[in-house]
Design a protein around this ligand. Structure first.
Ligand code: ZN
Length: 255
């Protein structure tokens, strides 16, 4: 099975469209690690695009706040304003769908004697609101997980962490700014991985291009990719919605 792994789309329809076009024909299903909405100007369009494609959705912290399941009190003023706007912009049907998206971690492939298994979470598999930014953050999840691969998002940083006995590695795809941009990681037996496909709709690793990953369960590989998208149109939707200008600016900066 070939899985398109997406996270942190954040209501950026242009970025999602570019990712789906670039990976057309190279995936059998989609796993969505959450924060489908919040920040961006196209929450309904993004949900309507992702709903029929994704066989797995995990809720993100923005999803939770944007559908009213928790208070935006912990958000900064810009995120709060975007969450409250999203809540009023969503159709009743999309709001109901978002409320029903399950909390992670989820296990789309259970570990068995022959299958190393996969976990999916939005933040840390231990706490959906925790950020895995450093090896220190990754250490406890890597010790506790029974699956060989765990996909997570939330940080908007493409890459991850791997461990094989006493060997630890941070994974930084560092994809070139032009030309074909893909980096393939072979999943070696006995190594455990925490993998962040990066953010489709609001990358924060100083690269504005949409980030995503393709997981081939038969070849046992994960390919990290970046793709340019119609940034101007996406910024226009944020401004036309009356959302803070900062949200349009940060897309250009990849921050
Ligand atoms: Zn996010």
């Amino acid at each position: 099975m070939r899985v398109l792994v997406l996270s942190d789309i954040h209501a950026n329809l242009e970025a999602l469209t570019a990712v789906l076009e670039a990976s057309q024909g190279s995936f059998d299903t989609v796993w969505n690690l959450g924060d489908s909405v919040g920040y961006g100007g196209s929450p309904n369009q993004v949900i309507e695009r992702i709903r029929p494609l994704a066989s797995l959705n995990v809720r993100g912290n923005h999803d939770r706040v944007c559908c009213g399941l928790s208070s935006p009190a912990g958000f900064n003023p810009v995120a709060r304003e975007a969450a409250l706007w999203t809540q009023t912009a969503l159709t009743p049907e999309n709001l109901a769908w978002l409320r029903a998206v399950p909390q992670g971690p989820l296990h789309p492939i259970a570990p068995t004697d022959t299958e190393p298994g996969v976990t999916c979470a939005h933040g840390s598999p231990i706490d959906e609101d925790h950020y895995i930014l450093t090896m220190r953050d990754a250490w406890v999840p890597l010790q506790q997980l029974r699956t060989a691969v765990t996909f997570f998002g939330h940080t908007h940083l493409q890459g991850g962490f791997s461990q094989r006995e006493h060997n630890w590695h941070e994974l930084h795809p560092n994809l070139p700014r032009s030309g074909p941009v893909a980096w393939t990681l072979p999943l070696n037996p006995g190594t455990r991985h925490l993998i962040n496909p990066g953010s489709v709709g609001q990358p924060r690793d100083n690269d504005w291009r949409a980030a995503f990953a393709l997981f081939d369960t038969d070849l046992r590989t994960i390919t990290f990719r970046r793709i340019p998208y119609d940034l101007t149109a996406s910024q226009g939707r944020i401004l036309m919605a009356g959302l803070p200008e900062r949200l349009a600016e940060r897309l250009r900066d990849g921050r």
